[in-house]
Design a protein around this ligand. Structure first.
Ligand SMILES: CC(C)(COP(=O)(O)OP(=O)(O)OC[C@H]1O[C@@H](n2cnc3c(N)ncnc32)[C@H](O)[C@@H]1OP(=O)(O)O)[C@@H](O)C(=O)NCCC(=O)NCCS
Length: 290
């Protein structure tokens, strides 16, 4: 069923950060992972993920906010960092209206391609994006390691040096891959708060990791790279000694570190599709229609 009433789009700049955070939270109701946000968390994401408020927008029907899209722009790339319809308006086709406008705005920004990730099990979102022209490029994985109840609670800690993010990237160019998802890309690594970088030297080889520090002795591993696999595994073990849980989000299914994570006791907890739409054709089509 398609929407039957008139609608219009309001730039996200026209809402306060508090209103945007409330709307984002409402639009992600029922999402399988906690997505509720507040003004501070959203402001941080806008900064770290280059979310462009003048390209992002809120869809209105009459006076009611129906849904929102957060669109991030960097160089020649656009990325969707938020997409949702409030529960009362779902199932009516509004998702398609949002997606078509997202593509139009991404193309109008001059970006060469639009990217996003979607959970493999999120049928309505996947269908909506496919109808808007996006296609799946690869699978990216969500993995987790948790200290089991039987693991000794506080093993003896072996040394683990903390260094700056810039030092880690300079010493280990392999930490930064060009095909990383948006939130793990080089630009995101440079701008994110709460990042920690580690280095070890083990049996004559070095390894490095960049992590997001989380509360309650948890971390999210963003990048791992070693001069050989033994050094990478040794670094994972030293992180495990210090932590209760380690998550990895959006690791490409063909990543060379996947076998190491499995060996270190990480298990698969979810899968996402990386999707993209080349925008040059969309842009030319829009120009022809003018
Ligand atoms: C994803 C979302 C925006 C879709 O918006 P919507 O307007 O409610 O979309 P619809 O319910 O009209 O469904 C969109 C399409 O998915 C199809 N669909 C619905 N349920 C489905 C399912 N379980 N599996 C596959 N397709 C499904 C619909 O038939 C429709 O396709 P069609 O137009 O070809 O008939 C909305 O569900 C939402 O806000 N979810 C929570 C936030 C979220 O998941 N955002 C995406 C993050 S990546």
């Amino acid at each position: 069923m398609r929407p039957r009433h008139g609608h219009d789009f309001h730039g996200a700049c026209e809402s306060s950060i508090e209103e945007l955070a409330r709307l984002f939270t409402a639009c992600y109701e029922g999402y399988p992972y906690p997505a509720a946000t507040d003004a501070l968390q959203l402001a941080r994401r806008i900064r770290e993920e280059s979310i462009a408020l003048d390209a992002s927008f809120v869809l209105h029907e009459s006076d009611q906010a129906v849904g929102l899209v957060l669109l991030a722009l960097r160089g020649h790339e656009a990325w969707c960092g938020g997409f949702g319809v409030r529960p009362a308006f779902r199932g009516l086709g509004w998702g398609q209206v949002l997606a078509d406008e997202m593509v139009r705005r991404a193309a109008g920004s001059g970006a060469a391609r639009l990217r996003l990730e979607v959970l493999v099990g999120n049928g309505p979102a996947l269908r909506t994006y496919e109808r808007a022209g996006l296609h799946i490029t690869r699978e990216v994985l969500v993995l987790a390691w948790r200290r089991s109840a039987t693991t000794a609670p506080d093993p003896i800690l072996r040394p683990l040096d903390q260094i700056s993010i810039a030092e880690a990237i300079a010493r280990a160019p392999g930490l930064v891959s060009t095909d990383a998802c948006w939130q793990r890309s080089h630009a995101s690594l440079l701008s994110r708060s709460n990042l920690e970088a580690y280095e070890i030297s083990d049996h004559g080889a070095r390894a490095w990791a960049i992590c997001v520090a989380l509360p309650i002795r948890a971390t999210r591993l963003l990048r791992l790279w070693g001069e050989n696999d033994l050094a990478s595994l040794a670094l994972l073990e030293r992180l495990k000694e210090r932590l209760l849980s380690i998550g990895v989000v959006n690791e490409p299914a063909d990543s060379p570190i996947l076998p190491l994570l499995t060996k270190a006791g990480f298990t698969l907890s979810d899968r996402q599709y990386d999707m993209e739409l080349p925008l040059a054709e969309v842009f030319r089509g829009a120009r022809r229609a003018e």
